[in-house]
Design a protein around this ligand. Sequence first.
Ligand code: DOR
Ligand code: ZN
Length: 353
Amino acid sequence: MVDFVNIIRPDDWHLHFRDGVMLETVVPYTAKVFGRAIVMPNLVPPVVDAVMMRSYRDRILAAAEGTSFKPLMVLYLTDDTSVQDVVDAKEAGATAFKLYPAGATTNSASGVTDISKVADVLEKMQELEIRLCVHGEVTRPEVDIFDREKLFIDEVLSSIRKQFPDLKIVMEHVTTSEGVDFVLETENMGATITIQHLMINRNHMLVGGIQPHYYCLPVPKRNIHQQRLREVATSGSEKFFLGTDSAPHLRGDKESACGCAGVFNAPRAIEMYTQVFDEMDALPNLKAFASINGPKFYGLPVNDEYITIDRVEPYDNPPEIPLRNNSASIVPFSPPGGICWKIREWCKKRGNR
Ligand code: DOR
Ligand code: ZN
């Protein structure tokens, strides 16, 4: 039995840092482990242009001081995004735009109401080779929440794909077998997979009482979908890569009569992914999923450091983490049964082994 793994320093291709004291509290968990992260723009108000993006990047870099972490910035696509916004974003170093169908999830009210409204913008993104990250769920109220991903593929994603065949698209936090199939059979498509969708299914969230800290969007599905995600993530396919979707909310906002969606999984994220690969007997494929497939899809180099992760006795994440000003707390994700891997060395330069 293998009791440690060495991998190239990983990146997180999807997460939320928020702003203010929340940002200061959560950034260090990501910045000390991951080389880069795609930072989602669903702030209030959302990050919609290059000016807002630059200033958000500066706030993130200040919170990551003392590390070599590099945030990769994403702009929020709205009905009002212009072709000039795409040109300016490219010049300011943006990595991608994020498409939230209006109303799909936390702070998505300004999202796109109809794809035809952003056709010229998508055309420009295709030309300038900016990636499109999509939250793949329809939002029509009559559609069952468990079917929203499948319908998004049939009604929206397939037609974007046909209209802009060279646009590189990431299906964020894929959760269904249908989503996996679409990604596998479609050119220029990749997908991120979260740790919670690999570790839990809807039973963990709903049986024996509602577990608000397991609630996120897209909502965890049946165990057969979870199993499919575990198989494809650990298969070595270069279309799938690590994206935690770490999405912190205050404890009180989760443990509420109308609890918000989002799992704060940045603490011990790489350890939890390692655990899944170990359970699937696929540890040799971890480095592709965590450190190689993402940069390849985004046309970026892999990191030049490595980390070592050890097998240890099972432990849980702390029950809560206080905000930096102690005004409230956040509850980190702990999987059923605990975590049994732990980072030994952070970010050693390759060659120093
Ligand atoms: O559960 C989620 N939380 N899913 C998302 O897509 C957004 C995120 C958030 O921002 O809280
Ligand atoms: Zn997200």
